[in-house]
Design a protein around this ligand. Structure first.
Ligand SMILES: [Cu+2]
Length: 175
């Protein structure tokens, strides 16, 4: 009996270890537009080096063109159309805004979201400047955080948000 059960036990342990590696922390959150309608979804996957984001916007969800997109400090999108309750950028490192800024980037900075002519978008991107659940720039802290999409393009240089203008979409990233 023992010679049968030991290999089975080892196999079970290996299965658990494999599952732990293959299933990182993943979180999906709905994106609401300027009038409060659901326009898409963001999926975040944690890694030891940062967070992988996939941003999907349904057809007709946003105006075509480039939109600044950042990780804001509070997971609250309830003030529809304003989205000011999401507060400012996550910026625990105290750096200037801008992926192209010599004094940047801040923890919140992301590339622009380029929306197609039909108003849809689907992009995967990675940031090393935050973590889901670890360290000072953690998205899932006590008040969460938000993915905020702005009306205009982020020039990745100008303070404080690259000229990205008003906030037109928001997703709450909470536990
Ligand atoms: Cu922003």
């Amino acid at each position: 009996m023992t010679r049968v059960w030991v290999p089975l036990f080892v196999a079970a342990q290996l299965a658990v270890a494999t599952a732990a590696i293959a299933a990182p922390d993943t979180l999906s959150a709905g994106i609401v537009g300027a009038t409060g309608d659901g326009i898409g979804e963001v999926t975040l996957i944690d890694s030891p080096h940062g967070v992988l984001l996939r941003v999907q916007i349904a057809r007709g969800g946003l105006p075509a063109g480039a939109h600044g997109m950042h990780l804001h400090a509070v997971g609250n999108c309830s003030d529809i159309g304003e989205f000011k309750l999401s507060k400012g950028h996550i910026n625990v490192d105290g750096r200037a805004h801008g992926l192209l800024n010599p004094d940047g980037p801040d923890n919140a900075d992301l590339p622009n979201l380029i929306v197609r002519e039909d108003g849809s978008a689907d992009v995967e991107l990675f940031t090393e400047r935050v973590r889901m659940d670890d360290g000072p720039a953690m998205l899932l802290d006590s008040d969460g955080s938000a993915l905020v999409i702005h009306a205009n393009a982020d020039d990745h240089m100008t303070q404080p948000i690259g000229g990205a203008g008003p906030r037109i979409a928001c997703a709450e990233i909470n536990r």
